[in-house]
Each structure stands twice: as structure tokens, then as C-alpha cells.
Design a protein around this ligand. Sequence first.
Ligand SMILES: Cc1ncc(COP(=O)(O)O)c(C=O)c1O
Length: 440
Amino acid sequence: MTHILHRQIHATLPVAVGGRGIELFDESGKAYIDASGGAAVSCLGHGHPDVVAALQAQAERLAYAHTSFFTNEPAERLADRLIAGAPQGISHAYFVSGGSEANEAALKMARQYFVEKGEPQRRAIIARRQSYHGNTLGTLATGGNEWRRAPFKPLLIDTHHIDPCYAYRHQEAGESETAYGLRAAQALEDKILELGPETVMAFVAEPVVGATAGAVPAVAGYFRRIREICDRYGVLLLLDEVMCGMGRTGTMHACEQDGVAPDLMTIAKGLGGGYQPIGAVLLGQHIFDAFANGSGLFQHGHTYICHPMACAAALSVQEVIERDGLLANVRAMGGYLRGRLEARFGNHAHVGDIRGRGLFLGVELVADRSTKEPFDPARKLHALVKKEAMARGLMVYPAGGTIDGARGDHVLLAPPFIIDEPAADAIVERLGEAVDAATA
Ligand SMILES: Cc1ncc(COP(=O)(O)O)c(C=O)c1O
């Protein structure tokens, strides 16, 4: 008997009672390798002593001070650190409690920017199908995840969606990667022209699509072309790096590998590594200036913005990542893990694609490799893989609807940045058994 409204009312969940390094433990003492960081959150693993000590010290010093009265030291220091390492043009940070809040705030920043600039007719948001930007009404409307949107459609603001850059499914036979990238990006210009450039406010995209499609990076050149199109029509580029950012792909920001800088960027999950709920919007100097030279404020706010405990945890997580050189480990172990996945699944009858960047990897499952035909959605293969993996002491993050919100299955891997080769071997061994059992 529980009084919690859980995600799945009829499921019985094990009780997590502890965590150490890459493992979580339930109350029976069973250990699970956390090969997905929950939902790409736990980048430092569990129970990291430096973060625990930082949290303890902050709790003793100051747990909370409302931002209409005070600023606080951990928030100021975290902002300094993030801006020092931010993409070109990014000048300020706005701290919230998670990814949805970050995207909601970023959308409002985009809108207020144009109001301040005397272009109040700009209100259209263009995003991509097969994306996820959060579960609040504004971010749900922005995301292109059909099954998540469906029950709430009557409540959602009008938004516009183009196809994602998803080479495994959309690149045509005989089409080069470059040609495909340009064709995929052209959909944005076509949509802007259809709506009228003077009405378009922002284009929103995940540089590497996470939960909805399973670690799908864009092909080379796609985001450069997207940036050009946004610049040409004065449309703000909002990159959602809530899942793929903060080192997950082997560079601090995923967009570094695409050679672009956004006007607005959102980060969360790996920012605090799960030690506290935290997200942030990183905004460009031009957006800050429009507010500073206009109304003098950002007309928004929540009770817990710039929370000292959340900022202290994130500051400590980010200091450890830098001190221990963990981005180099993400690149090295990302390459190793991918190699092991390719060795185990490269010829597997039901694995169509292995993809991703760094320690952000996706395996797309298919009924037939040659036709790329997915499994019957009624089979809920993704749920079966999760169950089989949990039985073997492995946490992965599978989902269905990979192709179009209804069809397709994938498994997402996002292990902590601290993994080593034996851990990667164990992940692949257990996942191999789980996929074999689920597809048998
Ligand atoms: C890309 C992306 N954006 C936004 C969100 C929403 O973040 P949160 O669940 O912290 O509200 C998520 C969560 O999975 C995400 O993956």
C-alpha cells in the first residue's frame, strides 16, 4: 500500500535505499549498475564524498534565501563558472529546478526579448518532431513527442514542427550525409517562410535527441545551416541540452561538436548530477541587453530560483568533473563502450542502429534489420528490455515510439562519467542477455 501517485499505478517498484559509485542498491540488498544515470542524470555516480561534503557545509551555512531579498554565493560562483565555459556570446545564467522549468523560462525569455525590441508580432515557436522539451504546458506544446502530447492537446499553445535530423530513418539511399543534412535543415527555412519570418520567435532543438529517439546526433553541417537560417530571419536558436549537455557527449556542451553557439541554451540533469534538483537557462548578451536596456527585469520567477543548496551541489559536481579530468574519460569510455556494443550487437538480428556521442549512446531495436521494420508496438518491447535488464541488475533507459511517437523501440545508455572498462563490459554483457531474452 502506497500513498504516492507513482508513474505506473499498477507496477511494484523496488525501494532504493543506497548508492555508491556506479551502483544503486534496493532494500533486499540487490545491486544495479546505473547504466543510464536514471534518465541521464547521475553523471558522477552515487554518494560522491566531495558533493556530499559540499552539501553538508552549505546546509550548515545557508539553506535558503529568497531571490527578491538576496543573492547568494554558490549561485554567483556557479554562474561565473558556467559563463566562463559557455559557448560564444552567452553572458548570463538563470537557475531553476529542472529541465522543464529551464525550457519554459527560455521560451519566455525569447518572447520578452522581442517584446522589448518592439517586435511583439514574433510569437511562433518551431521545434522538431520526435523531441522532448518538458512536461509543463509550454514545453509540452513545444516538444514533438506525440504520445506525451495527445491527452493534453486541447490545452497546448499552437506550435510548429519539422522533421528531426535522423539519418537512420530519413537519409535516402544514395544521398550523401552532407546533402541529407542540408535537406533536413531546409525544412526550417521552408517553415519560417510559410509562417512569415516576421512572426517567428524561436527554433528549439536538442543537439543530440535524447529520450524520444534514443541518442540521435545530427549529421555534420546540419546545425551550421540551421544557425545560418536563424540568423538570416532573426529567429532565436534555443538549444535544449538538458539531457545531452554538461559533458555527456564528451565536450561540455554538445553543440561545440556541431560548431554552433545558440542564443539560448538550457541545461539540467548533469548540471547537478541528481544531488539536487537544478536546471538553468544560459542566455546571450543580446538578450540580457534587451532586458537591461528595456524593462530592466525578466518578468518571471519561482520560489526556488538560485537555490543555494542546489547551486552548491552543482558547483561541487562541476568542480569534481574538471578536477578529475572526467570529460577525457567520457570520450575514452564512450569510444570503448560503443566498440563493445558494436561487437555484441553489430550482427544482432534485432539491432538496426547503434549511435550517439560520448557516454550518450542509443541502440535501436527492429524486427527486421534489412527493411528496418520495427516490432509491433503492442508488444511493448522497450518495457520488456527494461524488465529483463532490471532482473539482471542493470538500469538502462528504453522507450517506444522511436520513429514517430507510436512505432519503434530503442535503449538509451548514459552511464556515469566515472565508469571504467570492466564496468562497460558488465553493462554490455547484461544488456546483451536482456535484449536476447526480450526479443526471443
Ligand atoms: C531534452 C530534455 N529537455 C527537457 C527535459 C525536462 O526536464 P525535467 O524532467 O527536469 O523537467 C528532459 C527530461 O528528460 C529532456 O530530456
